[in-house]
Design a protein around this ligand. Structure first.
Ligand SMILES: NC(=O)c1ccc[n+]([C@@H]2O[C@H](COP(=O)([O-])OP(=O)(O)OC[C@H]3O[C@@H](n4cnc5c(N)ncnc54)[C@H](O)[C@@H]3O)[C@@H](O)[C@H]2O)c1
Length: 299
């Protein structure tokens, strides 16, 4: 049994806490939010759900210090800003969310649990949290949602069940996502992937969700739950998460065995290799720029 901390009681934090209550593998969920009001509201709402469903999972409101005794912490706050970007939408959160995540990371210095970062741009924020906290079990959620969407889209385009499709989306959780088409199989056979159609739908899907229900929440919450289950050793298997690799941070497949990850990059063709290099370089330069700004403003 374990205790999970959720930092941020917005769309993702709410959907994730609900999932944690219904999946029932943890003992308690500790929730915190910026003003405290949303966390208190969420705790009361979940208490009601707990009573109705008979879930054994306790939900409590706690501060960041309380979180450091949790087995795992999910970092999903969002700083106040208006996102007016029409491309590279997730990267638009860099300047607003960076100082918030850096400050939070410092609060977790010496923390030994697993940290799952959701806040965008997630590949940069995961690296920032790892650098400021010194924690060595930090993973970012994003490429696993992209991979799930890829499998759904390809299955629909090829009229096969999703279970027949094996493939990954890696790199940036954003405009520089790399579709590993050359290693994708359907029923174990390599297939031609209609790349443009897949890319168009991968870009359209989050927009459709946000314009319909305000924010993406259920997919990312599911992806975060899966990341927690792998990082805490409840599930073994491969999952695409943002993690360090060859001096860079980006979404890559990790094979977890009892909570321990090993990198398992699929074979890439030359075009995919170039795309992955471009994603790594974009994430690195965004991180370097942010790191410099934070250093100057905290000096
Ligand atoms: N990586 C992914 O796959 C993925 C998917 C969806 C959303 N996201 C990102 O996750 C973040 C959260 O998204 P959301 O839709 O839940 O946002 P939201 O605006 O609905 O909720 C944000 C929450 O953060 C809280 N918060 C603000 N400052 C805080 C602080 N200092 N301490 C604790 N909590 C604080 C707010 O009170 C609010 O409860 C965003 O950056 C979003 O872009 C990432």
């Amino acid at each position: 049994m374990s205790e999970v901390g959720v930092i941020g009681a917005g769309a993702v934090g709410q959907a994730l806490s609900t999932l944690l209550l219904t999946t029932r593998w943890c003992e308690s969920v500790v929730v915190t939010s910026g003003s405290g009001g949303s966390a208190a509201g969420l705790v009361a709402d979940l208490d009601d759900m707990r009573e109705v469903t008979g879930s054994p999972v306790r939900v409590v409101h706690g501060d960041l210090e309380r979180m450091t005794s949790c087995d795992a912490v999910v970092v999903c706050p969002r700083a106040e800003f208006t996102n007016r970007a029409s491309t590279d939408i997730r990267m638009a959160g860099l300047a607003a969310n960076g100082p918030l995540i850096a400050a939070m990371g410092r609060e977790f210095a010496g923390y030994r649990g697993a940290v799952i970062v959701v806040t965008n741009p997630v590949d940069v924020m995961s690296r920032l949290f790892a650098a400021t906290s010194g924690c060595d079990r930090v993973f970012g959620v994003g490429s696993n949602t992209d991979t799930a969407r890829y499998r759904l889209i390809l299955a629909r385009l090829l009229a096969v069940p999703t279970s027949a499709v094996a493939g990954h989306v890696i790199g940036e959780h954003g405009d520089h996502a790399v579709i590993c088409a050359s290693s994708t199989t359907v029923n174990g056979q390599h297939v031609p992937v209609p790349l443009q159609a897949v890319r168009d739908e991968l870009a359209a899907r989050p927009r459709r969700i946000s314009s319909g229900i305000g924010r993406t929440r259920c997919g990312p919450a599911g992806a975060t739950l899966a990341a927690l289950e792998h990082a805490l050793g409840h599930t073994d298997g491969v999952i695409e998460l943002s993690a360090p690799w060859r001096g860079e941070w980006l979404g890559i497949p990790l094979r977890f065995t009892t909570g321990r990850p090993t990198v398992c990059i699929p074979p890439l063709d030359p075009g995919e290799t170039r795309q992955l290099d471009a994603a790594a370089s974009k994430i690195r330069s965004a991180y370097d720029q942010l790191h410099q700004t934070i250093k100057e403003t905290t000096a």
